[in-house]
Design a protein around this ligand. Structure first.
Ligand code: BG6
Length: 285
């Protein structure tokens, strides 16, 4: 809480040494420790945490627009203060729920609709699920794109392999090529990457050779975005330290190559389940 007593963030402790921290600003998850106590997410040491710009790291929510467009980059959800509705313990762990509704500000934007977003962050010993429910509370149909911009923390990007993308087509935002078929079973990252893999069928696993892994299962989300700014773009970002691109990779679950349409009164829930696969004790020994 800040000096005025306003709620700034919610911290939940789960089974074993699992925990999660969520800022009400953007409902941005800024820390996820799995049962072993290992931090799974990356947040830049230069991230701005005072609510003056989106948080560089963790899991910012992209809604209702992915990328550039009529709205500011990645939409407005990541820089609105959400309302914390409460937290509950359940048999396997603990969950917190946040809400964002349309406001004068959002209604005055290029996406002027009435909506209710309900975001549930659920922690168990080895999983974190982030599920966003969107309700169309308007009298008009609307469309949106949405994404969970997950920054995974890694020991070294050189050891990272992303599984589950083979055969999927991607649009490469760096080269401008569209509809390229991914031939690799294990995708590695060694340069500035910015790719939208469309209609990915399989679950994606981000594995570090000699280290742990995080599996990403999607729920009503079609696409996977893979992003690493690499050296030069890292230098251009004020809220990202120059050497940090070695320590992170963004593997982002969303529907961004197409859009989600809701008629008045309709709702959809979409999100991801992250599962930490730790180094087996035998391998680590
Ligand atoms: C990724 C986009 O999802 O987010 C990239 O594909 C973008 O193009 C990156 O650079 C970071 O965006 P931002 O607005 O947080 O700097």
């Amino acid at each position: 809480n800040d000096a005025a007593g306003n709620l700034e963030r919610v911290v939940l402790s789960g089974p074993e040494s699992a925990s999660v921290e969520i800022y009400v600003y953007g409902a941005t998850v800024t820390s996820w420790k799995s049962g072993t106590g290992a931090e799974r997410l990356f947040v830049s040491r230069q991230a701005v945490l005072d609510g003056s710009k989106p948080i560089r790291g963790g899991i910012p929510l992209v809604f209702p627009q992915f990328g550039p467009g009529a709205l500011p980059q990645h939409g407005f959800a990541r820089n609105q203060r959400w309302t914390f509705l409460g937290a509950t313990e359940h048999g396997a762990g603990v969950a917190a729920t946040f809400e964002l509704r349309d406001s004068e500000e959002t209604r005055g934007s290029a996406w002027p609709f009435r909506f209710v977003l309900t975001y549930t962050v659920d922690l168990t010993a080895h999983t974190l699920s982030t599920i966003m429910k969107c309700e169309n509370a308007d009298e008009r149909a609307f469309e949106f794109t949405a994404l969970m911009h997950t920054y995974l923390g890694v020991g070294s990007i050189a050891q990272v392999e992303v599984e589950g993308l083979e055969g999927a087509e991607y649009d490469d935002k760096i080269s401008g090529q569209v509809g390229v078929k991914e031939a690799r079973a294990r995708v590695t990252v060694g340069t500035n990457e910015d790719r939208v893999y469309r209609d990915v069928e399989d679950n994606v696993v981000v594995r570090e050779r000699g280290g742990g892994a995080v599996a990403i299962r999607r729920f009503n989300f079609k696409d996977i975005v893979l992003w690493n700014p690499w050296e030069q773009k890292a230098r251009e970002m004020a809220d990202f330290a120059d050497d940090e691109y070695h320590r992170m990779v963004c593997v982002e679950a969303g529907t961004v190559a197409s859009s989600i349409a809701l008629r008045p009164g309709q709702t959809i829930s979409c999100g991801q389940l992250l599962t930490a696969e730790d180094v087996p004790a035998a391998a680590a020994a």
